[in-house]
Design a protein around this ligand. Structure first.
Ligand SMILES: [Fe+2]
Length: 182
């Protein structure tokens, strides 16, 4: 027989399909198991950290680029950091939709990111471009590792987000890589 609380209402027993939420939180039952939600949110946390780190490096390079390609790169980097800045919010909010906290500190991003922090001393212009190529490729690899988790859990919103991010990172890497050809 179901227990009753002080208000006389039945206490609903959690089932595997409706995992118990954290204290004070409302339980989530969107058809993705708690295990899968945790795994996908974990992957997206790496993607968020990579995206934020690459955003900051790109903005840094917008400020510090020098040389004959200044105007081209200063303008190109601005378009790229703006896109990356706009991308962090949907990634973080997908993590929240899956019932997990979104990382949002430099300490957390440093621990989660596969993209290295920007160099302390600004590199030459083409070295900046090379660093950004490698950064976009690294973020693409991170996004790609989450796909099997999203597919297996029928998490179409995450798969859609990953598709959009991969399209941007692979296209941006190609454009930056083209600058390095002689
Ligand atoms: Fe600026």
């Amino acid at each position: 027989m179901a227990k009753k609380n002080e208000g006389g209402k039945k206490l609903v027993r959690a089932t595997p399909a409706a995992p118990v939420a954290a204290p004070g939180a409302v339980a989530i039952n969107i058809g993705i198991s708690a295990t899968d939600r945790a795994a996908i949110a974990g992957g997206l946390s790496h993607l968020l950290a990579d995206t934020y780190t690459l955003y900051l490096t790109t903005h840094n390079f917008h400020w510090n680029v020098t040389g004959p390609m200044f105007n081209t790169l200063h303008t190109m980097f601005m378009a790229q950091y703006t896109e990356l800045w706009n991308a962090v919010d949907p990634i973080a909010e997908r993590i929240r939709s899956l019932g997990h906290a979104a990382p949002g500190s430099y300490a957390q991003f440093g621990a989660l990111a596969s993209v290295p922090d920007a160099p302390a001393v600004p590199p030459k212009a083409l070295a900046m471009v090379k660093i950004l190529v490698e950064g976009h490729e690294a973020v693409a690899r991170t996004a790609r590792t989450i796909f099997p988790l999203a597919d297996q859990a029928s998490d179409e919103p995450t798969a859609d987000l990953l598709t959009q991010r991969l399209t941007v990172h692979e296209q941006t890497a190609w454009m930056l890589r083209s600058l390095l050809e002689t």
